[in-house]
Design a protein around this ligand. Structure first.
Ligand SMILES: [Ca+2]
Ligand SMILES: [Ca+2]
Length: 335
């Protein structure tokens, strides 16, 4: 056990894990394996909004291109570069209404034989409360020092999301997790899709509204109801599950804006195509495993430490990283 602890501490030292909020920066090393205030949706008719005349695609929303205001002039996390607010111009595009589910991902794996990075590395990060007592005890020394609720556990992958002794039984319609950015890229390509850029993702999140915290407006609890799956209670010890879910929820549970998007905030973080260090990118040779932007927060986010379930919020992980609260949805360009 002492050897294991030493190895894991070495892993932390060499790879600089700084899980300051527990939502981000879980990374592998360079092993390189190889409403306005109302809750009414503000959906304009196509003629008012100049929506493109495109063929609908099952399961996807057509997001009209144009200029969108993203970011915020009132940042919560300065280090995340949520500010400044800026205007971006994007083209028409489609975005999956839902996060990619376990059933969706199984179709991909069955058709292609694809093996995820968590399977190849043979581990991934899991929230400790989900582990069985025996697994938690076995991997007690494999916790992230600054966020000890995260356990790096052997045998965890998308098929076994809450420990090697867990399964997908009953959660086929929940988001797939323990998928890296590289895995997400492969899945989307298989569907003749791609990952959304951060600008596309955030424009879609905002649902046509401007300068609002959430996809529907600024109220955390519109009509005193929960509109997203995050953490209620005291993180990380007490989850009162007032939104109905301790872990992930079905991908079609919370419809959040006029673009007909579900769980765009909350449930699981979502990979985007963008590099975190977009301004000064390194070559593939200089950094073969760069950090990528993720958006939307997860079921583990609470305002007290991870107020990142806002459209403007952002975080990052290295592109080979995976965890139990990180998934994705795909986009498709309009030709
Ligand atoms: Ca919840
Ligand atoms: Ca989400």
């Amino acid at each position: 056990m002492r050897l294991k602890l030493a190895l894991f501490l070495a892993f932390i030292v060499f790879n600089g894990i700084q899980a300051d909020c527990g939502c981000n920066k879980l990374k592998r090393g360079s092993e390189n394996l190889e409403r306005s205030e109302s809750v009414q949706y503000n959906v304009k008719s196509p003629s008012e909004n100049q929506w493109p005349d495109e063929t609908p695609i099952s399961g996807m929303s057509l997001i009209p291109g144009g200029k969108y205001t993203i970011g915020t002039s009132e940042p919560i996390f300065h280090a995340d570069q949520e500010s400044p607010e800026k205007i971006v111009e994007i083209g028409d595009f489609y975005l999956d209404k839902h996060e990619v589910s376990n059933d969706n991902f199984r179709e991909f794996v069955d058709a292609t034989g694809y093996i995820t990075e968590a399977e190849r590395f043979n581990d991934s990060f899991v929230f400790g409360e989900f582990l069985s007592e025996s697994v938690r005890e076995e991997f007690h020394d494999y916790r992230v020092v600054q966020a000890p609720w995260w356990y790096k556990v052997t045998g965890v992958n998308w098929r076994h999301p809450q420990g090697p002794d867990s399964s997908l039984e009953g959660i086929g319609n929940h988001p797939v997790v323990h998928v890296s950015w590289n895995d997400a890229m492969r899945y989307c390509a298989w569907q003749d899709k791609r990952l959304p850029t951060e600008a596309e993702w955030e424009a879609a999140c905002r649902g046509g509204k401007k300068r609002k915290l959430f996809p529907w407006g600024n109220k955390l609890l519109p009509r005193d109801e929960h509109w997203m799956n995050i953490w209620q209670g005291e993180f990380p010890n007490v989850n009162t599950k007032e939104d109905g879910y301790e872990s992930t929820c079905p991908v079609d549970k919370f419809r959040q804006n006029g673009f007909d998007l579900y769980n765009i905030v909350g449930n699981v973080w979502e990979w985007t195509a963008d590099l975190w260090n977009k301004e000064n990118p390194l070559s593939d040779k200089e950094n073969p495993n760069p950090e990528r932007v993720k958006k939307g927060g997860s079921y583990m986010c609470h305002q007290s430490y991870c107020y990142r379930y806002r459209c403007a919020a952002r975080s990052q992980n290295t592109q080979d990283s995976s965890a139990g609260n990180l998934g994705f949805r795909c986009a498709r360009s309009v030709d």
